[in-house]
Design a protein around this ligand. Sequence first.
Ligand SMILES: NC(=O)c1ccc[n+]([C@@H]2O[C@H](COP(=O)([O-])OP(=O)(O)OC[C@H]3O[C@@H](n4cnc5c(N)ncnc54)[C@H](OP(=O)(O)O)[C@@H]3O)[C@@H](O)[C@H]2O)c1
Length: 318
Amino acid sequence: MAVKDRILILGPTGAIGRHIVWASVKAGNPTFVLVRNTPGSNNRVNLVKAANPETKEELIESFKNSGVNLIEGDMNDHESLVKAIKQVDVVICAFGRLLIEDQLKIIAAIKEAGNVKRFFPSEFGLDVDRHDSVDPVREVFVEKARIRRIIEAEGVPYTYLCCHAFTGYFLRNLAQIDITVPPRDKVFILGDGNVKGAFVTEADVGTLTIEAANDPRALNKAVHIRLPNNYLTMNEIVSLWEKKIGKTLEKTYVSEEKVLEDIKEASFPNNYLLALYHSQQIKGDAVYEIDPAKDLEASEAYPHVKYSTVDEYLNQFV
Ligand SMILES: NC(=O)c1ccc[n+]([C@@H]2O[C@H](COP(=O)([O-])OP(=O)(O)OC[C@H]3O[C@@H](n4cnc5c(N)ncnc54)[C@H](OP(=O)(O)O)[C@@H]3O)[C@@H](O)[C@H]2O)c1
């Protein structure tokens, strides 16, 4: 059997990082993580906590029990970063939205180490070269796109993972603000509810990221996760939920103008969530044609992956 690439995950204790670690272990890739010697944060946003209940301490214990190689370090400590990178073939960064620019330090360390076959910068959202989003998310996407251009200019081999909407942030609340389970009485639908969005569980993002890491066809490509059963409009999702609970919800359709006002008036995290929902549900940022010269559609490239459907995901809340 061919020897599998060694994979280093940066940001392994974050919302998506943990799933990439578990998927890497499951796929049989020797798995390495860089962890800071700091306590886990207690003030995580409710939705994030509901979607990712494990604490940092529990995660580290689970990594140890799964045979993950833990490397203590910090991205601000260049030596520790280079040392970690030298031990692996593939580097996957899952830093959060406030650390996108800090990936310049990773790129510098990858260049110095000189051995990396593939770098996945922290993306894990829509395609940052194809969107029509507004602030506060726009500035993050612009920064992610700038990191892409630097990677390309530096000649670092890459894969960009465009997975669209995590179920934990877009589906468990049916894209409503201030709740962590689907509503049972009324629902606000942004726009006319007829724009297709792409939904995926965080566990499936992990699996498909590792598929791409092990796939030479994904070298210097963007991999797009728009799974056929999960490429749905909000009207379709609400109707699916109504059937499950045997009840019709009171629906309020919110105009784009009102959504933009709400984004301006809200504070974090609601302004950020609303801007994400606006991008997918009003601007249609998950609707585009791929370019085979630079893109791979995950469902076509990895048809053997059995993914969780939106329908199955919602069952846990009935
Ligand atoms: N598509 C979607 O629906 C969606 C939703 C959410 C996020 N995302 C995207 O997914 C990506 C990851 O976001 P996330 O929310 O999963 O991230 P996150 O939860 O904020 O995780 C950040 C990770 O970075 C680590 N970290 C922070 N500072 C560090 C340092 N100085 N040195 C080393 N590690 C450090 C943290 O470690 P500690 O535990 O030590 O703090 C943690 O493991 C982002 O690009 C984000 O935009 C997409």
